[in-house]
Design a binder for this molecule. Structure first.
Ligand code: ZN
Length: 142
């Protein structure tokens, strides 16, 4: 067997092995555990709702229209309904780590919803996951 052929054969074997490992990884990523800081229990990502809160910016001047932009993520614990906030920050390494984990695993959660709070939103507004889900599904219906 020529050297080139043996290299190609080994590459083919490695590619098959890589495909198998990728398949296993994709199956396991949704089973990663998320620790709830409130009830101190862990839940697999595939059982948790992830909500991205949108931030409203009012219109300015004559030409600047109002708009929404992505804000923090809310990881909703299905066991106690506590919402863990995940946002990008350079001031807190732990918070940044959580944000990066949530962002890179977004597709492995049970669902990923966007939430457009009232324009006069204040922190005390009632968070209603069912209403957010209904609104999201209404907007994204095909
Ligand atoms: Zn909890």
């Amino acid at each position: 067997m020529t050297t080139i052929r043996s290299i190609q054969k080994k590459m083919s074997t490695l590619k098959k092995e890589l495909d198998t490992l990728n398949g296993e990884l994709v199956l396991r990523l949704p089973t990663q555990l998320f620790y709830c800081e409130h009830c101190h229990r862990q839940t697999q990502l595939k059982n948790i709702s992830l909500v991205q809160e949108m931030y409203y910016t009012s219109a300015t001047g004559c030409t600047g229209g109002d708009y929404w932009s992505p804000s923090q993520y809310l990881v909703v614990c299905p066991k106690c309904t506590h919402r863990t906030r995940a946002y990008s920050t350079k001031f807190d390494a732990e918070k940044q780590k959580l944000f990066e984990f949530v962002e890179s695993n977004r597709t492995y959660f049970k669902e990923f919803l966007t939430w457009y709070p009232q324009k006069n939103y204040i922190r005390g507004e009632v968070f209603d996951l069912e209403a957010i889900r209904k609104e999201y599904n209404r907007k994204h219906r095909r």
